[in-house]
Design a protein around this ligand. Structure first.
Ligand SMILES: Cc1ncc(COP(=O)(O)O)c(C=O)c1O
Length: 470
């Protein structure tokens, strides 16, 4: 029953049949374990996009039938996205942006809070750290030794911080450890001390039914997420929040579409949402994102969440059987996690592990610091002086020596069999460690590990050219 259900939803992912070249010249079906970076498209989403494209026209900028239809479709996509995330249209707004990063940058620039009144955390992706750090001189919630948020530190800073904290901004789930943060507790604490809460939902939204407002739960104030991480890679993200926060003041980006009157003397901004969405909107992205959310709702999102949780526990336990494999963060049995697991293999550079998996097993993973350097440094237990010396190495372009981890991350379509293949490959690497190390060289320009034999980059370029026929 479970298998049949899973086979059916897995079949909706586009491209699972594609084979990729290995270093020895053979080809193998690709195993994508890099869903935290981006997810493959859902075929039904692509179908919806294709069915709409013949009708595609300008939004808000024409009176022809197709323009009117396109405008209506854009509004309907926004309505559906808001309903999915429990965003009440009466007081809140969902703004289309390019991705989570753009949403968080917009929020950091639009909120009027004084310097020091925003509290971020040391667990964040750079996109929920740097905008607050650079525009709002944010302070940061500390971490426990195993990489969870220190809630006592959060409360201390909410209670005693000067200036008083007006906003707590936190990831729903970490892109390094997959830890799901206790959003309800954080929201209750923030509200109790008179602050709002913003959730960077880039990682959580694709794996867990998340609602800004829902009966019986503490409301959240802001959400930001990306379509390309929810099986709709068409360049759209969303920022939701109270309409009041965006109704007045100068938008972070201005130009066509944001105004209702402009004269030599002055500017009158349009009502929401237009004043916050500069230029021609990404209508196709909006259509695709709404379609992906409908697909999740129709395919029992709660069951998908439960499936992914079981897969994550399975992967964590299986990875533990690889000799010398170091896992980061608390085990998923002890702490709720989405399907993101980072690790190192003792004595083998993370870049080499990723290269071996790509070139000899056809498995796609990510390695490095995953745009969350302070968190990775914490989990690796690096001292301040070590971090400084690594910064100097980075400045000198010696990337292969930088610290990091290997990350595997799952989508609903991944299987236990794929995890078994990953674990087998890692055990092979461990067993043949010296021989395998000898099969790779470091590309001095990029710091990447490449196979000594064959011309992988040449083949890659030839493949690239096949997409530029027209
Ligand atoms: C937790 C988290 N926040 C923000 C982002 C940025 O997302 P995007 O690149 O779609 O802007 C990512 C991307 O990996 C992420 O994992």
């Amino acid at each position: 029953m479970e298998k049949k259900w899973h086979d059916r939803i897995r079949a909706d992912i586009l491209g699972l049949d594609r084979k990729v070249p290995l270093a020895d010249g053979t080809k193998r079906p690709y195993i994508n374990l890099d869903n935290a970076a981006t997810t493959p498209p859902l075929a039904p989403v692509v179908k919806v996009v294709q069915s709409f494209l013949p009708w595609y026209s300008s939004v808000h900028r024409g009176f022809g039938y197709k323009s009117q239809l396109s405008t209506e479709v854009y509004h309907e996509a926004r309505r559906q996205i808001m309903a999915f995330f429990g965003v009440p249209a009466s007081e809140y707004i969902a703004l289309f942006v390019k991705n989570t990063s753009e949403g968080l940058n917009k929020l950091a620039q639009r909120l009027p809070f004084e310097e020091g009144a925003v509290l971020s955390t040391w667990m964040e992706h750079h996109s929920n750290d740097l905008p607050w750090r650079l525009w709002k001189q944010a302070r940061f919630i500390e971490l426990t030794p195993d990489g969870c948020l220190d809630l006592a530190d959060l409360e201390r800073k909410l209670k005693k911080g000067q200036p008083r904290i007006k906003l707590v901004t936190v990831c729903g789930a970490s892109n390094v450890t997959g830890i799901i943060n206790p959003l309800q507790t954080i929201a209750e604490l923030a509200h109790h001390y008179g602050a709002q809460i913003a959730v960077d939902a880039a990682q959580l939204a694709p794996h867990y039914p998340l609602r800004l407002r829902t009966d019986g739960a503490e409301p959240l104030d802001y959400l930001s997420f990306s379509g390309h991480k929810i099986y709709a890679p068409f360049g759209t993200g969303v920022l939701c929040g109270p309409a009041e926060s965006f109704r007045t003041g100068t938008p972070d980006q201005v130009g066509g579409g944001t105004v209702i009157a402009v004269s030599r003397e002055g500017v009158v901004f349009a009502p929401l949402p237009d004043r916050e969405e500069v230029g021609t909107p990404n209508l196709i992205g909006a259509v695709a994102l709404a379609a992906a959310l409908r697909w999740l709702a129709r395919n029992d999102f709660k069951r998908i969440t439960a499936y992914e949780a079981a897969l994550t526990e399975y992967a964590y336990e299986r990875l533990k059987t690889v000799p010398g494999l170091i896992l980061y963060g608390p085990p998923p049995k002890r702490y709720p996690r989405i399907g993101v697991i980072s690790f190192n293999l003792e004595g083998i550079p993370h870049g080499l592990v990723a290269a071996f998996l790509a070139f000899e097993a056809g498995i796609g993973v990510r390695h490095g610091c995953f745009c969350a350097r302070p968190y990775v440094h914490h989990l690796l237990g690096l001292s301040k002086s070590a971090i400084l010396s690594y910064e100097n190495l980075a400045k000198a372009g010696r990337k292969c020596l930088l610290p990091g981890m290997v990350r595997v991350s799952f989508g609903f379509y991944n299987t236990k069999n794929e995890i078994d293949l990953l674990v087998d490959a890692l055990k092979d690497l461990r067993q043949e460690e010296e021989k395998i190390k000898n099969r790779y060289r470091i590309d001095p320009a990029t710091g990447e590990y490449l196979p000594k034999i064959g011309n992988f980059k040449g083949a890659l370029l030839r493949h690239t050219k096949t997409f530029f026929h027209l």
